[in-house]
Ligand binder design. Structure first.
Ligand code: NAI
Length: 332
């Protein structure tokens, strides 16, 4: 069968890494009809919107998409296109698996965890206002519905993948109402999953534990902003942003994207590491039940990393984006 997949190249290094992922998927022999649409900062300058309606229509029709990163201006300018897509499509869970990779030297040989980030509310509500000059308020929205839904997602994921434990990460000692509600919902959901251990950890302690003994973690579930920060930290545990994949999940569709951003410092130089997005493509193939192709992609990535001959600069090598992609395709 042919899979119809929405393809969003994005900004900065996006088009380069997306192109790499497309080449790898096509090399597996899986048949894909790519439904290519632009979104992001460049689209905004042309059309006055970061995500044209046709992008939403395409994602809702195909139910599967893969995207490059999108630039969001810091402090001023338009709101994040990523947040807009996640909220409008109700992509309420962001799943970020982090696993030690062969050939990548880090202080941690046994990392194998999954960050499940609540993706639709929390500090990302976008509700900010100036009370008086010099004083602003930013609203963190936590709902029973959103917290229960993400806790259920984390436990279901743990069960499906044969994982042992789900840890709720929070700051309910200080934010007693908002994080307190998140934690209450987690505890209620946990009672329905007696086959999976549930534990709780305060966010600051979590960060310390992650850089001391990350092997203690299995599935972790947390609010939006905590998940954003903790998943970058976790990417660092296994060798950096160039290696870590993620998927945004909702009832309407699944949208795969790397954890990293548009990396303007290296954009257009054929230097970006495409592995994070290639790992996204492998996740996507697995979810599309193209298991053999997904296995082959992952194995080829591992072979190239283990051999260590064709690595991009972020991994200490001098290979280009195209060269490492060629090496992965050759290894397949
Ligand atoms: P970033 O992730 O783009 O870059 C951080 C550092 O990691 C840079 O030194 C960059 O060169 C390096 N890096 C990132 N990905 C890499 C790759 N694949 N290969 C090699 N090196 C890589 O984060 P930054 O600089 O904070 O954000 C840049 C822009 O990206 C911002 O506008 C931000 O809003 C946006 N962003 C978008 C995301 C998305 O679309 N999902 C996620 C994160 C940030």
């Amino acid at each position: 069968m042919t899979h119809n997949i929405t393809l969003i190249p994005g900004d900065g290094i996006g088009p380069e890494v997306v192109e790499a992922a497309v080449r790898v998927v096509e090399a597996t022999g899986v048949r894909v009809d790519w439904d290519r649409h632009d979104a992001g900062a460049e689209v905004y300058t042309r059309y006055g919107t970061t995500v044209p309606d046709e992008v939403f229509t395409s994602l809702l029709r195909n139910r599967v998409g893969i995207k490059g990163p999108i630039t969001t201006p810091v402090g001023t300018g338009f709101a994040s296109a990523n947040v807009l897509m996640r909220q409008r499509l109700q992509l309420y869970a962001n799943v970020r698996p982090v696993k030690t990779l062969p050939g990548i030297q880090t202080p941690f040989p046994n990392v194998d965890l999954i960050v499940v980030r609540e993706n639709s509310e929390g500090m990302y509500s976008g509700l900010e206002h100036q009370v008086v000059p010099g004083v602003v308020e930013s609203l963190k929205v936590v709902t029973e519905k959103g917290s229960t839904r993400i806790a259920q997602y984390a436990f279901e994921l743990a069960r499906r993948l044969g994982r042992q434990r789900v840890t709720a990460v929070h700051k309910a000692n200080i934010m007693k109402l908002s994080d307190g509600l998140f934690l209450d919902c987690f505890r209620k959901v946990a009672r329905q999953y007696s086959d999976i251990q549930a534990d709780e950890l305060i966010i600051d302690n979590t960060c310390m534990q992650l850089v001391m003994r990350p092997e203690r973690f299995d599935v972790m579930v947390m609010e939006n902003l905590y998940g954003d920060i903790v998943s970058d930290l976790c990417a660092g545990l296994i060798g950096g942003l160039g290696l870590t994949a993620s998927v945004n999940v909702g009832e309407s569709c699944s949208l795969y994207e790397a954890v990293h951003g548009s990396a303007p410092d290296i954009a257009g130089q054929n230097k970006a590491n495409p592995i994070a997005l290639i790992q996204c493509a492998a996740m996507m193939l697995r979810d599309l039940r193209e298991t053999d192709a997904a296995d082959r992609v992952e194995k080829a990535v591992h072979t190239v990393l283990r051999e260590g001959k064709t690595l991009t600069p972020d991994l200490g090598g001098s290979a280009t984006t195209s060269e490492i992609t060629d090496a992965i395709i050759a290894a397949m």
